[in-house]
Design a binder for this molecule. Sequence first.
Ligand code: DC
Length: 213
Amino acid sequence: MSHSPLVIAIDGPAASGKGTLARQLGEHLNLPHFDTGLTYRAVAYALLQANLPLDDEELAVKTAANLDLSKLDRNILSAHEIGTAASKIAVMSRVRQILVEAQRKFAMTPPGAIMDGRDIGTVVCPDATIKFYVTASPEIRAKRRYDEIIQNGKSADYEEIFADILKRDERDMGRKDSPLRPAEDAHLLDTSKMSIENAFQKAIDLIEQAVAD
Ligand code: DC
């Protein structure tokens, strides 16, 4: 008997709690987790490291094609500024094509995967077993990002982070190719209205139901 891979799509804006939810689900279900934001971050980081501009599509395409996507270092790539740079790279269709192909391959490899990003339910894995759209108000997301930076012993300015979050939403939701939006069949989890623990429990219940169906 052959089983198609179990693919759980999780999309949402920056600092919505989707990464935490995806990691927890991965551990609970014993499924590999692919944080697709890291692939865009890796392209941006490689360009920044080489002192190259972030708005040259040819350079970004070459950089994406030469990246080893099996070696993505979250410790290096998770910085707030790299997220902003990644969002600029993410408007380029040819870069997206290269990264989406690698992401799909990962998702379709048995036993499947928890995929988190911006366009998983709409573009990367439209046939996912189940889809979630995790969101929260910009104020709450900015506060989470601020607390995270402070906890890591660095300094941060809440107003600056709030402005960055709004700009990032605008860029991610406003781009032509694969804009951030909930898939029509996605389950909405608003983490301004529930804790991450409650979101996790609700997600588990919905996954069990989807798998049983
Ligand atoms: O989830 P993140 O903050 O690591 O993502 C960084 C940027 O990468 C995000 O602002 C837009 C882009 N991105 C994307 O366009 N599509 C994805 N599937 C994941 C991330």
